[in-house]
Design a protein around this ligand. Structure first.
Ligand code: NAP
Length: 533
């Protein structure tokens, strides 16, 4: 069992304590005198109980705000770490950076954490901060509609009921809806098939002929795990990957002791990982010398593996380093060399009852596993989100999702996105980004509460300005260099990735620039609507 510092209850600290004090100091006279208007602490609805939703809830608790509800469509918390239980699932960001700075865990067992340990960490966060009573499990939010008069969101839930909140925090992430390609004949397949994020543990793969379609970050982890037990493993790989060594190792009991008892050491360790990772952003600049050097090194290193069975095309990517996620594994290339493993680089033509046809040749399969990734560019889908004047979020995003700093969308007041558009990274920890976002949202909440505002909305011109700059910067990155990836929508707009170093995101989001927002004062309900200013 993971262990936390001895305290079992949360206690406000630092910025959270300041927020608590400020929120506590909010004059109550408005609400009391009129009987209308906003309560001191806004009612917050959080959608999703992955890292984003749990982190937001912890920070609210630490700030003394208990008026929040987490809506979780599944029966368990954990988001991506609940869904992805495939063999070998783990994180390619070191554990000490892939965890909340405000909930340190001193005894991570390995440098790179496995799925079970990450999920256990999230469970411990929930227990420690007593979040479970706030979670409505098995409750899917199907629609959210903003009421400008009351300054609140009405949520429609799948069971037909509704819920009202002043602030909506969508923490649904970018990787929660599996993508299974629409391949001709798939329905005719006689055996079982499943997606890596819905791994069917009831199916024994021992001595079966297994086909894997799609070789990305997930497949690179489960393929080496299943290869030794299956009879044959056919990998349908449309694009090859840059796979670097994984410097993983157990963290010794002595180091765990040091991290527990000399906390500055743990902080220093975490900080240096963050710094080292952030420096890697230079690789992602188009034409970067270090990137080109990396590509050459890969090509040279892989040359000896090329053989009649394993083509150069199967090994060496034909796109710039970093254009798709750089993967890490120590057993990927040894797995490709196994006699029972073959790589097919032709596109999949169709599925038959007993196999897959690619390049005109049928390969037999008893089981098909899809490692084909996620529907990444339709943020918040399939939820219907309606903002000011009845505008629909997905129509607003018909040319590609965008938000101001990935968090706020003009015309959708009091809506905050966590891990929203253009906040994904190829080089550092998403938890770092989430923490910046959570801090930013808390400051907006503080303003809503302290000024008794009905709503706060990013100005369209501010959002347009920040996105213009973002896209200009993205144009100079490898992601724009011609490879297709899940970072782009079908029209080619990069909707998922942040354009720079994470320290720049940190600086940009440290404080909301209030001139970029318009706010509406709460007006006693019977008299009129909230007034924008
Ligand atoms: P992915 O990286 O998007 O890989 C999907 C694979 O499916 C690609 O090889 C893609 O080929 C292929 N594909 C898609 N449609 C296909 C089709 N119709 N026919 C043939 N192949 C097709 O998905 P993922 O592996 O699930 O990983 C998604 C993301 O999850 C990662 O990038 C990462 O951010 C996250 N993840 C992280 C970790 C971690 O350790 N932190 C682990 C797993 C996943 P093309 O490349 O040619 O499109």
């Amino acid at each position: 069992m993971a262990s936390f510092p001895p305290a079992t209850r949360f206690s406000p600290s630092g910025a959270a304590a300041t927020l608590l004090r400020l929120v506590d100091r909010v004059p109550r006279r408005g609400a009391e005198a009129s009987g209308h208007g906003r309560a001191a602490a806004p009612r917050v609805a959080i959608i999703g109980s992955g890292f984003g939703g749990i982190g937001m809830a912890i920070r609210l608790r630490q700030a003394g705000i208990d008026s929040f509800t987490i809506f979780e469509k599944a029966e368990r918390i954990g988001g991506t770490w609940r869904d992805n239980t495939y063999p070998g699932a783990g994180c390619d960001v070191p554990s000490h950076l892939y965890s909340f700075s405000f909930v340190p865990k001193h005894d991570w067992s390995r440098k790179f954490p496995g799925q079970a340990e990450i999920l256990e960490y999230l469970d411990d966060c929930v227990e420690r901060f007593e979040l479970r009573p706030h979670v409505r499990f098995g409750t899917e939010v199907t629609a959210a509609t903003f009421d400008a008069t009351a300054g609140c969101w009405q949520l429609d839930l799948a069971d037909g009921s509704t819920h009202v909140a002043d602030v909506l925090v969508a923490a649904t992430g970018q990787l929660n809806r599996p993508h299974v390609p629409d391949i001709e004949g798939l329905d005719s397949f006689a055996g079982p098939s499943f997606h890596s994020a819905r791994w069917d543990h009831d199916i024994d793969l021992t001595d079966r002929d297994v086909a894997v379609v799609g070789i990305g970050a997930s497949a690179i982890q489960f393929v080496p795990e299943i290869a030794p037990k299956v009879r044959t493993l056919t990998l349908f790989q449309r694009s090859s990957n840059y796979v670097a060594p994984k410097p993983d190792k157990p963290i010794s009991a002595r180091t765990q002791w040091l991290f527990r008892n000399v906390d500055p050491l743990r902080r220093l360790y975490r900080a240096q990982i963050w710094l080292r990772f952030d420096a890697k952003f230079t690789w992602f600049r188009q034409g970067s010398r270090i990137g080109r050097l990396g590509e050459r090194k890969f090509e040279q290193g892989l040359a000896p593996l090329v053989s009649e069975e394993l083509s150069r095309q199967a090994l060496v990517p034909d796109y710039p380093l970093g254009c798709k996620r750089i993967l890490i594994s120590n057993d990927w290339y040894p797995t490709l060399l196994r006699p029972n493993v073959s790589v097919v680089t032709d596109g999949v033509d169709r599925v038959t009852p007993h196999g897959i046809v690619a390049g005109g040749t049928e390969r037999t399969a008893d089981v098909i596993v899809f490692g084909t990734g996620f529907q990444t560019t339709s943020f918040l889908a399939p939820m219907v989100v309606t903002g000011l004047g009845g505008r629909d979020l997905h129509e607003t995003w018909s040319d590609g999702a965008e938000a101001h700093l990935g968090m706020t969308v003009a015309g959708f007041p009091n809506l905050f996105l966590l891990y929203g558009p253009n906040t994904n990274l190829g080089h550092n920890s998403i938890i770092f980004m989430l923490e910046r976002q959570i801090g930013y949202v808390l400051q907006c909440l503080r303003r809503l509460a302290s000024e008794r505002l009905a709503w706060i909305d990013v100005r369209p011109e501010a959002m347009a300005r920040s996105n213009r700059r973002l896209q200009q910067e993205l144009d100079r990155t490898v992601w724009a260099a011609g490879c297709h990836s899940w970072y782009k929508n079908p029209a080619g707009k990069i909707t998922n990735n942040w354009s720079s170093y994470t320290w720049r995101y940190w600086l940009r989001t440290a404080r909301p620039r209030w001139s970029e927002f318009r706010v509406a004062a709460a007006v006693p309900a019977p008299i009129g609507a909230a007034r924008a200013r």
